[in-house]
Design a protein around this ligand. Structure first.
Ligand code: SF4
Length: 190
């Protein structure tokens, strides 16, 4: 079973990748980057569980272009994620893989296979000394975007804009997707 915090269907290219995607926030991250916006996702025992079959089912609609893996740290659940990712890829869907590791650090067989299956990889630690709100997919300038497959070879990385999506739940909770700068934070209180 895969441990995760939340999933949602999103169509926000600048945050999650091309087309309509199943976005999965897994739990567990041992990298503990200073300034991480998701420390509540560090605990590997946190969250809830989803099976490979359920994850595949969530991606099965023809409207869904693929899955985006966020965290937490997907590479730390590589063995649990891999069977579902193989099936999702075999269905003709794509994989966008956000990881705090450099791909050169992903050395286990399962981690390497996930790298090979991924169409877009965003890799590297978040470094708050290199914080930049205007980078497509990335929070700091040391992080890299790797276009890893023919499918998205011509995909354009569009740095220069800051996308933050704010929603308010029925309970009045403010949820921010993206990385708000300080002005945004004081305006929207997230
Ligand atoms: S790798 Fe990502 S989730 Fe993990 S601590 Fe760094 S920024 Fe946070």
């Amino acid at each position: 079973m895969i441990r995760y915090h939340a999933y949602s269907i999103e169509e926000k290219d600048l945050l999650y990748g091309p087309g309509k995607r199943l976005v999965l926030w897994v739990v567990g991250c041992s990298l503990c980057c200073d300034g991480c916006i998701n420390p509540h996702l560090w605990n590997p025992q946190g969250g809830i569980e989803i099976s490979s079959n359920e994850l595949v089912q969530l991606c099965s609609s023809s409207e869904i272009e693929g899955i985006t893996l966020l965290g937490g740290e997907p590479a730390e659940q590589a063995e649990k994620l891999l069977p579902a990712l193989r099936t999702i890829k075999a269905m003709g869907k794509t994989i966008v893989f956000f990881t705090g590791y450099e791909i050169e650090e992903l050395n286990t067989a399962t981690q390497k296979e996930i790298v090979d299956l991924s169409d877009i990889i965003i890799c590297g630690r978040f470094d708050k000394t290199k914080l930049n709100h205007f980078l497509h997919f990335r929070g700091s300038s040391n992080q890299r975007v790797i276009l890893n497959s023919e499918r998205y070879k011509k995909y354009k990385i569009r740095d220069g804009q800051n996308t933050v999506v704010v929603s308010i739940t029925e309970n009045g909770e403010v949820i921010c997707k993206g990385i708000p700068d300080n002005d945004m934070k004081s305006t929207i209180m997230c």
